[in-house]
Ligand binder design. Structure first.
Ligand code: BGC
Length: 388
């Protein structure tokens, strides 16, 4: 028996990117500095999207997308403390206008992991006193670009940012085991969001303003202790930050990549090129987990690294099935942005991992649409998914 999931007419279908991962030519932030110091791979001219955005958006449109999520690079807008660069604002204005002209609704994340060097010198989000700089930057951007964009998120994945930077030591500032600092950084990010939300709401009352959060499905199979561990992790990783900000969010962006199993022995799943389990069903549970907040929800990222494009099509279909089920079960789901529109700089892994619907040849900067993108296109254009 086949089943058809029908999505609302105005559902957003598209893909996401982030400034440092695709633009190229950014040398003034903490990641560029870390690359210069030999801690992470260089991003250099990368995907060259800063110059090629127009044709990249043509490709997105050609594969049926009607929205696009991107981020703005703080180190371009405010390269030195208090010095705002109007040339860069004009650049992003053109980027957003280009999206609007092509019928791709823009979703902008104001900060996606990378920080200007001057802000890092002040100890960034480790210090509560620095929140004001973040809010000032966000206010400046929204004040200037509010006509071009109505969907804003202040920050991307606070828990991932804090744990990779202060627990695992894989991302700037490369600290290990600093549990208290994770707590502090996440709390400061929540405060930064709340403070910024109030300012942005005054600046642009008709904008939809939220956060983007990475949530994990903590999957318990058996055992009281496992249940307890999963509950704790669900609170710590998924809910704690959201509870701190939800009264200051018009909608929630949810990113899904991981499920974590408790009490399931040796069960094996297919894996992405990152070595991550491919378990699209987990997205259903993650979405049900945020239903109680009562907000509109976007799947602001979900995707996989798959250089040979062997798993992408079925994985996307599985994700969309999870979204269809969540919609049927009352989640106010409003859109899905696949990660990522094109191959990009996968942080400490550099350019080797290929998440794109569009492949990039980094020698020539040429683009090629992957077959799975055409499979996704069918869903985007019809607004439905038939499951056999
Ligand atoms: C981030 C992206 C990243 C992706 C895949 C998310 O954590 O927002 O920047 O490339 O996952 O790792």
């Amino acid at each position: 028996m086949s089943k058809t999931y029908k999505f609302p007419k105005d559902f957003f279908w598209g893909a996401a990117t982030a400034s440092y991962q695709v633009e190229g030519g950014i040398y003034n932030n903490d990641w560029a500095k870390a690359a210069e110091d030999g801690f992470v791979p260089l991003a250099g001219s990368g995907g060259d999207h800063y110059k090629q955005y127009e044709s990249d958006f043509d490709l997105a449109k050609s594969i049926g997308h009607n929205c696009h999520r991107l981020s703005i690079e703080w180190s371009r807008i405010e390269p030195e403390e208090g010095r705002f660069d109007m040339k860069e604002i004009e650049h992003y204005r053109k980027v957003l206008q280009s999206l609007n002209e092509k019928g791709l609704t823009p979703f902008v994340t104001l900060w996606h992991f990378t920080l200007p060097l001057w802000f890092v010198e002040k100890k960034g989000f480790e210090k509560k006193e620095n929140i004001k700089y973040f809010s000032r930057y966000c206010e400046f951007v929204v004040k200037n670009l509010k006509e071009e964009c109505k969907h804003w998120a202040t920050c991307n994945e606070p828990m991932v940012f804090a744990s990779n930077g202060w627990l695992r030591g894989q991302w700037p500032p490369f600290k290990i085991g600093r549990f208290l600092m994770i707590w502090t950084v996440v709390n400061n990010l929540a405060k930064a969001h709340r403070h910024t939300y109030k300012i942005l709401k005054k600046e642009s009352p008709d904008s939809d303003i939220g956060v983007v959060k990475n949530n994990i499905y903590f999957h318990v199979h058996k055992g009281f202790f496992n249940k307890f561990r999963a509950r704790f992790m669900d609170w710590f990783w998924n809910r704690r930050f959201l509870k701190k900000v939800d009264r200051h969010c018009d909608s929630l962006g949810i990113n899904y990549y991981f499920h974590s199993e408790y009490g399931n022995g040796e069960k094996k799943y297919p894996k992405s090129d990152m070595g991550w389990d491919l378990y699209p069903e987990g997205l259903y549970h993650v979405l049900m987990g945020v239903k109680g907040f009562g907000k509109g929800v976007y799947v602001s990222e979900a995707g996989l690294a798959d250089e040979r494009d062997k798993n992408r099509a079925w994985y996307i279909r599985g994700l969309v099935e999870s979204m269809g089920r969540a919609l049927e079960d009352g989640v106010k789901l409003e859109g899905y942005m696949y990660w990522s529109l094109m191959d990009n700089y996968e942080w400490s892994f550099g350019f080797e991992k290929r998440f794109g619907l569009i492949e990039i040849d980094y020698n020539t900067k040429e683009r090629r649409i992957r077959n799975s993108a055409y499979e996704f296109e069918k869903i985007c254009r019809s607004g439905e998914l038939v499951v056999k």
